[in-house]
Design a protein around this ligand. Structure first.
Ligand code: HEM
Length: 145
């Protein structure tokens, strides 16, 4: 399994160019080459830490849960002497979402309740307006009769 491959910091340090950029975050060895251009914080910060342990910098920014989930997507192994748990439900769900399309974890799906609420929002004002005009029609017609 790719996630279980063990690397030393020396081996990681050999991947520190724009064309081949690895980082260590929380014991995970990550190949972030394809992520450099996509990183919302810019590629420079990643390149500055290329080939090194970036755990502290990553934590100091206060990256979101989505960002933490993305780590798994780029993991190629673990740092020697570290054990990382991949298989708990939360993290594999985060991985699935990150793989699908980055931020999909934030999409809230419409449930049946929301659909009825939307329908009511549309129908109730129509009924009120309809009743008003019906009332006006009746009273105006009555006053002219
Ligand atoms: C593979 C590792 C990384 C991933 C997947 C990642 C992902 C992200 C994501 C998704 C964001 C958007 C904000 C958020 O969701 O938290 C972000 C912002 C940012 N990241 Fe990273 N990041 C990584 C590593 C790093 C490292 C090592 C640094 C080093 C300093 C860094 C610095 C920043 C900065 C400065 C921002 C912008 C924060 C802002 O504008 O508010 N990131 N990153």
């Amino acid at each position: 399994m790719a996630e279980k491959k063990v690397f030393t910091l020396k081996q990681v340090a050999q991947h520190k160019s724009r064309k081949d950029c690895w980082l260590v975050i929380n014991g995970r060895v990550l190949n972030v080459t394809s992520f450099l251009e996509e990183h919302p914080g810019g590629e420079e910060v990643l390149l500055e830490l290329a080939g090194q342990d970036a755990s502290k910098a990553f934590a100091d920014i206060g990256h979101s849960k989505a960002a933490q989930g993305m780590l798994l997507k780029y993991q190629v192994g673990v740092l020697e002497g570290h054990t990382v748990q991949d298989q708990d439900a939360d993290k594999s769900a985060a991985l699935r979402d990150a793989k699908k399309d980055g931020m999909s974890a934030f999409i809230v799906k419409d449930g049946p309740t929301q659909k009825y609420a939307a329908l009511a929002e549309f129908v109730v004002p129509l009924l009120v307006a309809g009743s008003y005009f019906a009332y006006r029609y009746v009273t105006v017609v009555a006053s002219h009769a």
